[in-house]
Design a protein around this ligand. Structure first.
Ligand code: GLN
Length: 544
């Protein structure tokens, strides 16, 4: 039977509970323990796929095509595992499953209640992940903050688990925040005490408290939390803000979290090895020459909307011994005259995924600028579609070509709805989602980046390259460097007459890992780092 670690959050949200969970996974894995992770999201949407990135940040896509919370991306990157749909559970899924069962008559004669029916359905999801993953330890993160109305059934379910599977098989970790008062120059523990009280009120006594803070946490503060929250002194783990998220596993391990968790779960501690993480953090913190990359998107005010893209850029740059100087460009800001200056210092331009017409003109201008100035370009899903529209317009000379997503009546629909999408009416979970194979074409830039013939990549789109235009665009200089194995779908395209302009219909960013960057990002940064931007001087050799 697996062991369960339940992680709750207190005081405020956005203090890095997801990164803490991912880091616990990293540590346990380094102790040779097989882990899997699940995120419980208390909102009523069935999944985040229908939410605006402004509401939710990035939608992460698993290999089996689930649209999930961006924390799953952090779990995959930190633990280096591939998760499935079972790893993200929302209230929407739970309630619709319970109501479906009720309509089917599964509970005939009964009154359907939060306890036991809703909590029972939640616990069923824990068991499903346990069965599917075969992990020894399941780490389950309860989204939101203790005290939220929507979170109550989840907290009740994790409380019940202690009796269901036995107290030696569950562990409760509470991640809180210690605010700093400038007037008295001290960290305050009272909000933590209150949130632990709130947990106790519903029957959960945390075993470990992880204290996030922007300031160093003194021994006296640890003593106080230990006393007031009734947690062992060594189980109050300080987690001050660090320079890079990849340092968190090292800080937690240094504070003895791994040993503590393993002891409490009654496991033996084996030899642990986090040397590759130490090396990664050492490299991130060393002085590295930056590569200027402009990210042109419509949601740049909320950088979490591009979480995986940003991480994939960092991973690739590190492999080239560089860091990324990321220039966030709002695509609408490129729509005015003279706005090219926003791209002037870019050594590479990336146009990530997106939906809807707002900002498309600006993205097309970014593709135009990259093509004309020989600036490396990487288009991700929408970024590839934009690259095709720009090329059809300015190189082929078609009159206002477009995607039918943005102009249904265009005379030149170079990007059009996938045939299997035409009859679909529901918006939720109905795109072309998850892993699909892509055959690479020998001699292309994409093939030389991948060094493989057949790859699987994660998708999330309704529209695709329109084959009616294949020949004409090819004759004008577009190369189809990746195709579906039956040859019917263009998965990757690039420009013959350009240093490196590549667009892909999928999202390579989801597969990048620290220390194992995605080949397309690696190829892109490899060319970008050698690109001189307008006004830049070539760097001088460091040794005579
Ligand atoms: N909106 C485009 C489509 O549906 C692109 C989607 C994306 O970038 N993920 O095809």
């Amino acid at each position: 039977m697996p062991k369960y670690i339940f992680v709750t959050g207190g005081v405020v949200s956005s203090v890095g509970k997801g990164i803490t969970v991912a880091s616990i996974g990293t540590i346990l894995k380094s102790h040779q323990i097989a882990v899997s992770v699940q995120k419980l999201d208390p909102y009523l949407n069935v999944d985040p796929g229908t939410m605006s990135p402004y509401q939710h940040g990035e939608v992460f896509v698993t290999q089996d095509g689930a649209e999930t919370d961006l924390d799953l991306g952090n779990y995959e990157r930190f633990i280096d595992i591939s998760l499935t749909a079972e790893s993200n559970v929302t209230s929407g899924q739970i309630y619709s499953a319970v109501i479906d069962k009720e309509r089917r008559g599964d509970f005939l004669g009964g009154t359907i209640q939060v306890v036991p029916h809703v909590t029972g359905e939640i616990k069923e999801r824990f068991r499903r992940l346990a069965a599917k993953s075969q992990a020894e330890v399941l780490i389950i993160e309860v989204g939101g903050t203790v005290g939220d109305i929507e979170g109550q059934p989840f907290l009740e379910a994790i409380r019940q688990m202690r009796n269901d599977v036995g107290r030696d098989n569950v562990l409760y970790i509470h991640v809180t925040f210690l605010p700093y008062l400038t007037s008295t120059q001290e960290l305050k523990t009272k909000p933590t005490q209150h949130s632990v009280n709130e947990l106790r009120r519903i029957g959960i006594q945390p075993d470990i408290i992880v204290c996030r803070s922007d300031y160093p946490i003194s021994e006296a503060i640890r003593d106080k939390i230990s006393l007031f929250c009734d947690v062992e002194r060594q189980a109050v783990i300080p987690l001050p803000t660090v320079d890079t998220i990849y340092e968190v596993p090292l800080v937690l391990e240094e504070e003895g979290l791994g040993r503590l968790v393993i002891d409490k779960l009654g496991r033996k501690t084996g030899k642990t090895d986090l040397s590759h993480w130490q090396e990664l953090v050492r490299q991130i913190k060393s002085p590295l020459e930056p590569v200027n990359i402009a990210l042109v998107g419509k949601y740049v005010e909320l950088q979490d909307a591009y979480f995986s893209v940003r991480e994939a850029l960092y991973h690739a740059a590190l492999q080239h011994n560089r860091c990324i100087n990321l220039l966030w460009v709002r695509s609408e800001d490129l729509e005015g005259d003279g706005s090219d200056t926003l791209l002037q210092s870019a050594q590479g331009i990336i146009v990530p995924g997106g939906f809807g017409v707002r900002g498309i003109e600006g993205m097309i201008k970014a593709a135009d600028y990259a093509r004309k100035n020989g600036i490396p370009y990487l288009g991700l899903c929408l970024g590839m579609q934009v690259m095709v529209i720009e090329f059809a317009c300015h190189v082929l000379g078609l009159n206002e070509p477009n995607s039918t997503e943005f102009c249904a009546s265009t005379a030149y629909p170079v990007i059009d709805l996938l045939p299997e999408q035409k009859a679909i009416e529901n918006k939720g979970g109905t795109m072309r989602l998850g892993d699909y194979p892509c055959q690479l074409v020998n001699g292309s830039r994409a093939a030389s980046a991948y060094k493989e013939n057949l790859v699987n990549e994660r998708h999330r789109h309704r529209y695709e390259f329109n084959n009616q235009f294949r020949t004409r665009l090819e004759e004008a200089g577009m190369v189809y460097s990746g195709l579906s194995p039956d040859g019917k779908l263009v998965e990757i395209c690039e420009l013959a007459d350009h240093p490196w302009m590549v667009g892909c219909q999928f999202h390579p960013e989801f597969k990048s890992r620290p220390g194992r960057p995605h080949p397309l990002f690696l190829g892109f940064i490899g060319v970008a780092k050698e690109t001189l931007w307008e006004g830049a001087q070539p760097s001088l050799p460091l040794s005579p």
